[in-house]
Design a protein around this ligand. Structure first.
Ligand SMILES: CC(=O)N[C@H]1[C@@H](O[C@@H]2[C@H](O)[C@H](O)[C@@H](O)[C@H](O)[C@H]2O)O[C@H](CO)[C@@H](O)[C@@H]1O
Ligand SMILES: [Zn+2]
Length: 286
């Protein structure tokens, strides 16, 4: 079960992993916490849908999300609390954070209870969300983390806690390789960044628990990225890096392990290659 804040996060952060497990026959459940109402619009003909205009972007992004799920082979998608329950809060500190339905202002117990209802039904062995900074500090990402971790506590009280909880991330080494590769390029997505430590995200390689090789699904992930056209323009850094690094970047996704016992791994840091590593078919520690 993947818990994400906005339509597009599922693809950007975990699209290849979701496609990998969907193709392998696992039940992949995606829970999206908001409809992304406060997003930018990179499709000029849709500018009138913006929050400050017709305020219809959320509904449109639902269609983008469905197209992305189809590209990834994900068939079980839910909105936390039902479609429209929680609204995209906008970037940290904006007045939109105070909207009556802003996810950032959601009652934690109520939202966690809504996620617990899905956990009771789906009984996920593995859950994936963000770290306590929401990966890069967006209020809805931070709230998605808090709601997920609280729901897992409530599930544990009922004896149905997931065996493992992972937080999506990017290894510091991948960021450094990207910066080195694009140094001097006119199309440098890292142009504003002097040092990798200046980025609001990135995890030291020795703190990574799992690397999922979804390179066989890199094309599906890029199709899902294209489905989120209002958020990710053709000029996006994602396409720049994908064009240069291809499946090596797009298809490889990384996670830290927040809850549970790390299974067998390989390589310099013993990274797992499977989120179910160390679990038996019932999702119990083998
Ligand atoms: C990937 C992600 O979480 N996107 C969010 C984010 O989008 C950013 C926002 O529009 C910001 O104003 C831009 O400068 C930045 O480039 C975007 O990534 O926040 C949006 C508003 O909450 C959200 O809709 C979008 O999904
Ligand atoms: Zn997001």
């Amino acid at each position: 079960m993947f818990v994400h804040a906005h339509p597009d996060d599922e693809t950007i952060a975990t699209g290849a992993t979701m496609a990998h497990y969907a193709a392998a026959g696992a039940l992949v459940t995606l829970v999206t916490c908001t409809a992304g109402e406060e997003g930018e619009i990179h499709v000029p003909s849709l500018a009138g849908l913006a929050a400050a205009e017709a305020d219809q972007l959320g509904g449109y992004r639902v269609s983008e999300l469905h197209a992305a799920c189809a590209a990834l082979g994900v068939t079980d998608h839910r909105f936390l609390g039902g479609a429209g329950r929680y609204r995209d809060s906008g970037m940290m500190g904006l007045d939109t954070n105070k909207h009556p339905r802003a996810f950032w202002g959601a009652d934690l117990e109520a939202a966690a209870g809504q996620l617990l209802e899905i956990i009771r039904e789906v009984r996920p062995q593995v859950v994936v969300t963000y770290d306590d900074n929401g990966f890069y500090g967006h209020p809805d990402h931070i709230q998605a983390h808090r709601v997920t971790m609280r729901a897992a506590e409530l599930a544990a009280d009922e004896g149905i806690a997931p065996a493992k909880i992972y937080w999506s991330t990017i290894p510091r080494s991948v960021m450094e390789a990207g910066m080195a590769h694009f140094a001097g390029s006119s199309d440098n997505p890292f142009a504003e960044i002097e040092h990798v430590d200046d980025l609001p995200f990135g995890t030291p390689d020795d703190e990574i628990a799992a690397e999922i090789d979804g390179t066989d699904h890199a094309d599906a992930k890029l199709a899902a990225v294209r489905a989120h056209a209002t958020q990710i323009p053709p000029t996006s850094w994602l396409f720049s890096i994908a064009g240069n690094f291809g499946g090596e970047f797009v298809g490889m996704e990384h996670y830290t392990l927040a809850v549970g016992r790390k299974g067998p791994g390989s390589g310099k840091y013993g990274w797992e290659t499977d989120l179910f590593a160390g679990l038996d078919l019932d999702g119990d520690a083998a």
